[in-house]
Structures are given as structure tokens and as C-alpha cells.
Design a protein around this ligand. Sequence first.
Ligand code: 5GP
Ligand code: ZN
Length: 116
Amino acid sequence: MTDSDCIFCKIAGGEIPSDPVYSDEQFYAFRDINPGAPTHVLIIPRKHIAHITDAGPEHRDLLGDMLLRANEIAVQEGLTEKGFRYVLNCGEWGGQSVFHIHLHILGGRALAWPPG
Ligand code: 5GP
Ligand code: ZN
């Protein structure tokens, strides 16, 4: 299922160009247009889910597979030796600006904590 108004559905469908990192039937990963770190990749399910809290038990495999795929991307991007961060923003106060779930993979420098 895709949402015709969703920019990440359009990116996954190739309608909006992006810099691809990984692609298969379930997932698409691409470089963030406004990187917050030297490596900043977004991995998304091709299926449109607006908020992580919209996911239910039927998405258990999808979400598990997304994390495992993200791990492979982190290895490919050379992030695992020094460490890196996954971020999944939800809603207004969580800083979510695109309402199609996406896991940020951030690395390539030491990251501050806590977030702003
Ligand atoms: P959020 O704030 O929702 O957690 O993250 C959305 C991310 O998507 C932001 O880091 C933003 O830079 C990125 N983004 C928004 N629009 C585009 C786009 O058209 N192309 C790419 N590659 N990234 C985008
Ligand atoms: Zn979407």
C-alpha cells in the first residue's frame, strides 16, 4: 500500500529521485537530503505506515526485518567499529516531519546525548 501524497512513498517508487543505499521488495534505504552526520541513511518500508505507533502485531516481521536490514547497512557503511545511532522520531514533539516511518542511521562522528 502506498499513499499518493507521501513523499517517502514517491521516493521508494522512484517518482522523486534519491541517492539509493539499499533496495528490495520490502525496504528502500537512501541518503538523507539534509544530513545530520557524515553518514545519514534513512531506511523505510515500502508499505506506508504513518507513525510507528500505527504498527500492530501484523507488522512484527516487517519491523524486525527492517532493524536487521539496518544492521547490514551499518556494517556496509563502516559504522560498527566506532558506533552509530538509530533514531525513529514519532509525532510533533518527537520531531517527526515525514509521516511514513523511517529509521535514521546516523554515524561517522561522535554523537551527543541527550538529543536537543
Ligand atoms: P523526521 O524529521 O521525520 O524524523 O525525518 C525526516 C528526514 O527526511 C529528515 O532528516 C529530512 O532531511 C529527510 N528528508 C525530507 N525530505 C527528503 C527528500 O525529499 N529526500 C531525502 N533524501 N530526504 C528527505
Ligand atoms: Zn508513504
